[in-house]
Design a protein around this ligand. Structure first.
Ligand code: ZN
Length: 403
């Protein structure tokens, strides 16, 4: 069987480790995640990789000996609810396949390769993402140990139940001086590569994102008796804002802006909406562009509120900053993609990844793999064996170019 076919078969095997019958859900520190990790551990060991778990439960596979500098390669094993089988898992399994291929070809790398399988990236159980990679990057916030999941279980207790050590998290930070970089293969989660008709993409940056909420406060009233001219309808203002947001986002290339939830109060057919709470999510690979868009949106929201005589609360924070991938490593990824016979397409990532955390301690690089329809966080996620083969080939070449 080819390496790519084996990777796809393993993705299927891991999809069986789920918390919920009939659909794939694998959150941090659950038995399903543990079993998936132990299965990955067996594959790593069979590939000649030495494996341990760190204090939060990340799997760390080490190939190579001595004190040579280290290239970290990995992704995450946890999933969202009702997930697809490739988000995260694919990056871990491609890394293992590359180690197998190097071994089978009798080739070795002039540095230490570590394959990382992070225990939490999606943040579904504790409402905070990147638990696994933040430990490796040394930016885990210990205040988060007090967080509780929906069932009341404290994160500190979940770490212990998962065989980890809440007091040992700080000690697992990696020393930047030892690291060559961090490289991650991931499904694109967007439709750009499919649109371009290419299997692989070289990631230029990971978009910064700002999220928050906006509240319009008008006046509730009887839907039958208050004349139109006298109304202060909070939903009317919110509706105007949603369309304004689309217009503002479309004015600049690459900006994505979304209102994903709307809460209307009181929320009855015969009552004029008195208060509306909107979520807002704005992303772009350049922080100044994102900041300018947010400033523009705030101005529009203020103008809409003034014109309608409704109140506005703008509760939008600073968000996370955009992260550029290393130009030097990205050029090597591009060289590897070209050497495997595929066109080089460079693109930013609109989704966050473990690489965001790792960028704090090492130069980062990412390779995207085309996925059908750009679908992710959905059981409909799909990749082809040819595209996975291309990712394995390009990644193997990249590993050799880095040395
Ligand atoms: Zn992911």
């Amino acid at each position: 069987m080819t390496y790519a076919a084996a990777v796809l078969r393993r993705c299927d095997e891991l999809a069986a480790f789920t918390e919920e019958e009939g659909r794939l859900t694998r959150r941090y520190a659950t038995p399903a995640l543990w079993q998936a990790g132990e299965t990955v551990r067996e594959w790593m060991e069979a590939a000649g990789i030495e494996v341990r778990r760190d204090a939060i439960g990340n799997l760390i596979g080490r190939l190579g000996d001595g004190d040579r500098r280290t290239l970290l390669v990995g992704s995450h094993l946890d999933t969202v609810r009702d997930a697809g089988r490739y988000d995260g898992v694919l990056g871990v399994l491609v890394a293992i396949a590359c180690a197998e291929r190097l071994r089978d070809d009798g080739r070795s790398l002039p540095y230490t390769l570590e394959v990382l399988a992070f225990a939490d990236e999606e943040g579904v159980r504790y409402g905070t993402g990147y638990l696994g990679s933040s430990v490796v990057a040394g930016c885990f916030d210990t205040a988060d140990l007090e967080r509780r999941d929906a069932g009341g279980v404290k994160l500190a207790d979940a770490v212990r139940a998962f065989g980890g050590d809440p007091d040992g998290l700080a000690g697992d930070r990696r020393e930047p001086a030892d690291l060559i970089g961090y490289y991650e293969v991931h499904i694109e989660q967007g439709p750009v590569l499919e649109g371009d008709g290419v299997p692989l993409g070289v990631v230029t940056a990971i978009a910064g994102q700002t999220g928050g909420r906006i509240v319009f406060t008008g006046e509730a009233g009887h839907a039958g008796t208050v004349p139109m001219a006298l109304r202060r309808d909070a939903l009317g203002a919110a509706a105007e804002f949603v369309t304004a947001l689309e217009t503002v986002a479309r004015e600049r290339d690459g900006v994505v802006a979304t209102v994903g939830s709307v809460g209307v109060e009181p929320g009855a057919r015969n009552v004029i909406p008195g208060r509306v709470v909107l979520s807002v999510d704005v992303r772009h690979a350049s922080d100044p562009v994102r900041d300018a868009v947010l400033a523009g949106l705030r101005k529009r929201a203020g103008a809409i509120a003034d014109a309608r005589g409704v109140g506005l609360e703008w509760q939008v924070g600073t968000g996370t900053r955009a992260v550029d991938t290393s130009a030097a490593l990205a050029d090597k990824v591009a060289e590897a993609v070209a050497a495997s016979g595929h066109p080089v397409v460079r693109l930013p990532s609109g989704a966050g990844h473990d690489a965001v955390m790792l960028s704090r301690i090492a130069p980062i690089a990412m390779l995207f793999v085309r996925c059908a329809g750009g679908v992710s966080h959905n059981p409909g996620e799909s990749v082809t064996v040819e595209d996975v083969a291309a990712a394995i080939d390009a990644t193997t070449r990249f590993l050799e170019l880095v040395g």
